[in-house]
Each structure stands twice: as C-alpha cells, then as structure tokens.
Write a protein that binds this ligand. Structure first.
Ligand code: HEM
Ligand code: ZN
Ligand code: ZN
Length: 749
C-alpha cells in the first residue's frame, strides 16, 4: 500500500519528477509539507489543476488569505516568506489582481511581441558570436552563457535596466527561486532586492526613458490609485524574474532533451517536426516552472476527491501535471516531439495565466533554431546523468549545461591489422567523415567473420588502404549523414554489411541486378567493407547509406552483428535452395553460420538434420533445431538423406562427402569459401541421373537480410555469441582462429 504520509518537498529539488510521481501516487490533490514544516497541498493531476486554476475561490494573496501567516504561526523564518510578502499580480486577488496585471499585460500581446523579433534575433546573434569566439574544444556552460543572458538582455532592454545594474537586479530573482537557502539568506535577498528596485524606480522618475519601467512610473504619476510604490517595485521584481528564469530553463531543458534524444533533433532538421514541437514537448515533460507559490482557498474547496481547507497553501505542480498519465498515457515521461497531444498547463491557466507566453515562445524558437544552426555538432561535454539540478523546487532546470560547441570526436579506437599475419592492435586513428551518400555509424557491436581472419593471414589479398581495418558485421547508430542521404537519419539503429555498392558502369553493373554478394564478386570496382574500403572493427565507420538496414527494435546490437554476415549468408543459402514444406534440410557444419542455419530451418518448420563430425556438438545441434544428427554423408544417406544440404563449414571436402546423402532432386548449396580444398563430383556420381543441383549462394539482397533479422526479432532465432570488449580484440581474433569461439565472436566498441 502507498504511504499516505505527506511528501516533504525537497528544497534541493534533487529529483522533481520522482517526487512528483510519489505525490501523484497519493491522488491528484495530496497533502505535502513545505520547508519550515508548513503543511500544504500539491496538485499533480491535469484535470484537478484546471479546476484549481479557474476556481475564483483560490486567492494568491497570502497576506490576506494564508491563515497561518495572518494568525502569526508562520513568519519571517518561513523560507518562502518572500513569496508571501511580495506585492504584485502574482500575489494578488480579485480586483487587485486585475488592477496590477493590466498595466503590464498590454506590452506582451502577440502583436507587440512579434515586433520584438528583430531585437531578440540581434541579441541571439551577439551571444552566439561570443560563444564562437571562446577557445575551441573547451566545455561551455550553455545555460550561463546563452540560455540565461538571452531572455535577461531582452527583458532588461524592455524595462530599461542599465547595463551596469543588470547582473545584481537579476540575481535577486535567481536567489528568489532558490529553495535551498536559509530563511536568513532569503530575507536578506528580499531586502536587498527591494532596495535596488526602489533605487531603480527613483532613477526612472528622475530621468525617464523609452521603456516599460518609465511607462509604469508615468502611469502611476498620472493615476496614484493605479499602484503603490511597493506594488510598482513588486511588479518589476516579477517581470524581471519571470522574464528571465523560466525562459532560460525552457531553452536549456530543450537543448538537453535534444542532445540526449538525437533522433528527435534529426526530425526537426529534416523538417518532419518543428521547433514549436520541441518547445511544446519540453514545456510538457520538463515544465520550466515546477511550482509557482502560492494559492489559498478563501473557503473550504472540494477538488480531486479531497477537501482543501480554507487558508492552507496550495502548490500547482506544473512539472508533474505535464506528465499526468491520465492525459498522456503510460509513456507520459517520454520526450517525444511527434506525440499528438503535447498539451500542458506549463504557462498556467485562466486569469493568472502567464502574460509572457508569446515572448517566451518567440525567444525559445529563435534561440534553438539559431543555436543548432550555428553549432550543428553541439554535444554534451559530460554524461547527462552527471548534470546537476538547479537546486530548487520552484523551477525545473539544471544548474549548468556543460556542452562542447563542436562535439565531433576527432580520433577513435580502431582494431588495426598492422601487416599480413600480424596481431590486431587497438589504435587511435582519425574518425572518418561521411561523404556523399554515406552515413557515419557509431559502431556498437561488430562480429568477427572468418573472412576477417583470412584477410589477416594473407589467404585473401591484403587490403591496400591504410591503416588496415577489416570487418563487415557492424551494428550501431547513425550519428551523421553525408550529402544526398535522404532515407537514413541521425539516430537510426542500423546494420551494415559486406558489399556496400558497385561502380555502376562495368558490364556486370549494366545487368542492373540488385546489390548482393554476387555484385561484390563481379563488379569491376565494388565498394566492399574491409576489402576495398575500411571495415567495421572500429568505433566509427562510414558506409554507403543504401547498403544499411534498419535494425528491428527488439534486436540488440550484439544479437544483430552476427546476422549481418553469418546469418545473412545462412538464410540466403536456405532461401536459394527454395525448400518445399515437406522437405528435409541438412546443415553441414555447426559453427558461426551453421548454428544459425539450423535455427532458421527449424523456424520455418523443416525436418532438420545436422551433419557434424564433432560428437560434442550433438546435444547442442538438437537444441538448435536438428531432429537428427549424423556425422557424414554416408550416415545421412543411411538416415534417409536430405532434400537440401546447406554447406556452412569451410571444408569443400566435407561438402563433397555430404553429397552421398542428397536425395533425388536434391540441392546442395555452397555458401562458404574453402581457400584450400575443392568440391568435386566423382566420375561415377549419379548427380546427373538424380537431377540434383549444386547451387552457389551468397548474400542474396537486403530484403533477405531483413527477413533474417525479423526471425531474430520474433525470438525464433538467437545467435550464440561470445562478447569481447574492444580492448580484448587480439584475444578474440586468436580464439576465433583456433576455432574456440562458440559460435561467433562479437566485439563491442
Ligand atoms: C517558458 C517561459 C515561462 C513559463 C514556463 C512561465 C510560466 C508561468 C506560469 C506557470 C504562470 C502562472 C503561475 C500561477 O498562476 O501559478 C506564469 C505567470 C506569469 N508569468 Fe510566466 N512563464 C514564462 C515566461 C514568462 C515571461 C517571459 C514573462 C514576462 C515577460 C512572464 C511573466 C509572467 C507574469 C507576470 C505572470 C503572472 C501572471 C498573473 O499572475 O496574472 N512569464 N508564468
Ligand atoms: Zn563475413
Ligand atoms: Zn560495376
């Protein structure tokens, strides 16, 4: 059972969302405790919050309606006393609220705000220029150097705050939302801030300017009943503070969300989503104002199934409301700019609704668009988990946002084959950049194929590029796309394979056949990973986008890697044999390919036979799908033969032997290379009279690779792998060369 003990709000705001869910578990309106032990209420439900925000029985005037303040139980030592004593529209009720809101509201209508666009753009450009002038490669606090000064300069310009006074006057607002400070510090801040603002108003009385402060001063002089001196000061407090604090959090929260969800940023870049989508979704999942104190019912009010007694403080928990599962479903916590309903109450609702919304939206859009255009390779300078929260429950944001303006790595670890026959070495090499038609993949897992070993030991011509990096079974994420790439985007989970592309002009290319392993062997100038261009055993690799496949969500990188060559080959072999439903399929060799071929055959419901000379593999072969296990062709014949024999081992001699067990009309598929032995049909063989076929098969087209991945996604096939971190690459290669890996070595990068 959930505890009904009131949640005490953490003054450090260490995890506002976890706290919000704990409160929500107690109901949409629940008791909480404020610093100083003051009992209060938190509204976390969207529907309940709408009711509270539009119910005229809630006052924001604590001086009149906070019973514990009125009767003296709560006083100067209440850490949030500043939010009670301040006199402005946010702490007013009824006619006072209307009176105090009116003189400011007219300055922030959408039309007036649109006229500010050039000014906001100019500030943004100036700040981006300042950032660009900083020493390259150093982490930068984007909150302090961009998200904060942008709205701060804009609001100070509007209110005519002189440059030299800005930092101090804005600090008052910053400290005012800091709930981690002591009551003494809070009181000192209120006093200092109040005095600064009085001096500022005086200066405007003496020499008015063309600014909103001078307008307020003039309006007060024309009609002294409009607002008192304290109210004028309080209004300036709220305008400067709200003009800055929430906007900087909106900008910083949006940047953080995009940098941690690059696939969403890619949607904006490709035009599939807009900056307003980003802003609305950020407002919902990371409401910049978590709570804005306070509301007090002027009588007992029943909402959300509870009665809130008259005079007790109520906090509308905007941070929790945006994540209300009743409105946004089970994945309400997920940042998803494509979700249809991004509704939130993050600007409030009804009569106290934010008057700065049009300005905030304008500033955020200009800021985000310009920032990501100027610094397209922006990235976090530290892991997202290590970014500290702001230290308050009033605002929802980070203390600092350390970024690198150009976060592209310049070097990477790659498994280099120094020369023919040499041991592989992990070395630092330059990160490649994607050219036309290419994507840059951050490789997460890369399988070790037998061909990698043959390239190393000289069975195949040693690659001519430098340094030599081989491999053609990479699974990872697209992190950059080159010019002209339209169907892959940053954030895609992809697999890359052996043949990337062809020359497009040779005789073979003129046949216009699809991209297959055959293309690699016949085109005059094919692009082949690890053979003609650098391979996949590295942290990053560029490949032609057209040769990649999207990985199903259910398939991990490690599971996917061996499918990209071994699985692709064995599935293509089975498809090439075109078995009929009643036929029997034999798999020769239980290794990297064979263990997958057995599973593919069983997944399709074929009566499956394993042919292996290793008695220790019999049990496993049965587990993987073999109904029958035999040692060779003679035993296969004795067991009734097979309609299809898939040769997945690297001995053509064993394939020749297996032919004895091929039934009439049977097909033997050669899917592998034997660099030494040869396949032969003996002079007395009845192959001709049995109308048998010997079929060659290789990677048979990306649609077949996709079929193989789908069987893995459905859980019908599961590659058996040994995983090696990249630091153990030499060991992985040595073990694979000795045939001691079951069944595929997958290296993680
Ligand atoms: C992303 C930025 C902003 C957010 C999320 C935000 C949020 C809010 C919220 C939630 C309220 C209602 C508080 C309540 O009744 O509980 C509010 C009120 C207010 N906001 Fe904003 N605000 C933002 C930007 C601004 C800006 C730029 C200004 C000034 C130009 C501003 C000025 C005000 C004022 C004066 C009120 C009080 C309205 C009243 O009490 O009638 N806000 N804001
Ligand atoms: Zn391979
Ligand atoms: Zn060609």
């Amino acid at each position: 059972m959930e505890s009904r003990c009131p949640v005490a709000l953490d003054p450090l705001g260490a995890d506002i969302h976890a706290e919000g869910s704990r409160i929500r578990a107690q109901g949409p309106v629940a008791r909480i405790e404020l610093p100083g032990g003051v009992k209060a209420w938190s509204v976390t439900g969207h529907a309940a919050a709408r009711e509270v925000l539009s119910d005229h029985r809630f006052s924001k005037d604590g001086r009149r309606h906070f019973d514990a303040y009125v009767d003296g139980t709560v006083g100067e030592d209440f850490p949030l006393i500043g939010w009670v004593l301040m006199e402005n529209m946010t702490t007013a009720y009824g006619a006072d609220h209307t009176r105090l809101r009116k003189p400011c509201a007219h300055a922030f209508t959408p039309r007036r705000v649109e006229a500010l666009r050039p000014a906001v753009e100019a500030i943004t450009t100036e700040l981006l220029d300042e950032l660009a002038a900083l020493p390259a490669g150093e982490p930068v606090d984007l909150k302090g150097l961009f998200a904060h000064p942008l709205p701060a300069r804009a609001i100070c310009d509007l209110f005519g705050v002189p440059a030299e006074a800005r930092a101090e006057m804005l600090r008052g607002g910053e400290v005012n939302v800091d709930t981690s400070i002591s009551p003494e510090e809070a009181a000192a801040n209120v006093a200092r801030w109040h005095q600064e603002m009085l001096d500022f108003v005086d200066s405007k009385r003496r020499s008015p300017g063309d600014d909103l402060t001078s307008d307020l001063v003039a309006a007060q002089q024309a009609d002294s009943s409009l607002l008192s001196d304290d109210e004028l000061v309080g209004t300036l407090h709220i305008m400067l503070a709200t003009g800055t604090e929430p906007v900087k959090n909106l900008i910083a929260n949006a940047v953080l969300a995009l940098l941690t969800h690059p696939e969403q940023l890619a949607l904006v870049r490709s035009g599939e989503a807009t900056w307003q989508d980003v802003i609305q979704e950020t407002l919902r999942v990371e409401a910049p104002v978590a709570h804005l104190p306070f509301r007090f019912p002027v009588e007992d009010v029943e909402i959300g199934g509870v009665t809130i007694p008259k005079g007790e403080p109520v906090l509308v928990n905007y941070a929790a409301i945006g994540r209300d599962p009743e409105v946004h479903g089970a994945d309400a916590d997920r940042f998803d700019i494509t979700r249809a309903n991004k509704e939130s109450l993050s600007f409030g609702h009804a009569i106290y609704r934010c008057i700065g919304q049009p300005l905030a939206l304008l500033e955020a859009e200009i800021a985000l668009a310009a920032l990501f255009e100027r610094f397209p390779h922006l990235g976090l300078a530290v892991p997202a988990e290590s970014i500290a929260p702001q230290g308050t429950f009033i605002m929802n944001g980070v203390a600092e946002l350390p970024v690198l303006l150009d976060a592209r790595p310049t070097t990477m670890k790659a498994a280099v084959v120094p020369e023919v026959g040499a041991t592989w070495e992990l070395r630092d090499v330059p990160v490649p950049q994607p050219g036309p038609g290419q994507v840059l993949i951050r490789v997460r897992a890369s399988g070790l194929c037998h061909n990698d070993l043959w390239l190393t030991d000289g069975h195949f011509p040693f690659p001519e590029f430098d340094p030599v990096v081989v491999g053609h079974e990479a699974a990872g994420d697209v992190v950059a796309v080159g010019p002209g790439v339209t169907h892959r985007k940053v954030g895609d989970r992809v697999g890359a394979t052996w043949v990337q592309g062809t020359c497009g002009t040779c005789d073979y290319c003129r046949l216009n056949l699809p991209l297959t392993g055959q293309s690699g062997m016949n085109c005059a100038a094919p692009v082949m990973s690890g053979l003609t261009v650098p391979g996949h055993h590295a942290e990053y690799v560029t490949v032609l986008a057209d040769s990649t496949v999207l990985l199903p969500d259910e398939v991990s990188y490690v599971q996917a890697a061996p499918v990209l060559c071994a699985g692709y080959t064995s599935w293509s072999a089975l498809r090439a044999a075109d078995p009929k439903p009643h036929e029997r399929v034999a798999v020769l060799g239980i290794g990297g390919l064979g263990h997958l071929a057995l599973q593919f055959s069983r997944a399709c419901g074929f009566d499956t036979v394993a042919i292996t000379r290793s008695p220790d593999k019999h049990d496993l072969a049965r587990e993987l799908g073999a109904a029958t296990v035999v040692a060779n062709g003679a035993e296969l014949a004795a067991a009734g033969g097979a309609d299809v024999i898939l040769v997945t081992g690297t001995s053509y001699e064993a394939a020749t032997d297996a032919l004895q067990g091929l039934r009439p009309n049977g097909r033997l598929v050669l899917a592998t290379i034997d660099p030494e032995g040869s396949f032969s049909i003996g002079p007395t063989s009845p192959v001709w009279a049995q109308r048998q076929q010997i079929i060659g098969a290789t990677h048979n087209g990306l649609e077949q690779l996709t079929e193989a991945l789908r069987l893995v996604a459905e859980g019908k096939v599961d590659p058996i792998v040994e995983v090696f971190p990249k630091e153990r690459i030499a060991e992985a290669v040595a073990l694979a060369a000795k045939g001691e890996v079951r069944f595929r070595a997958v290296v993680t990068y």
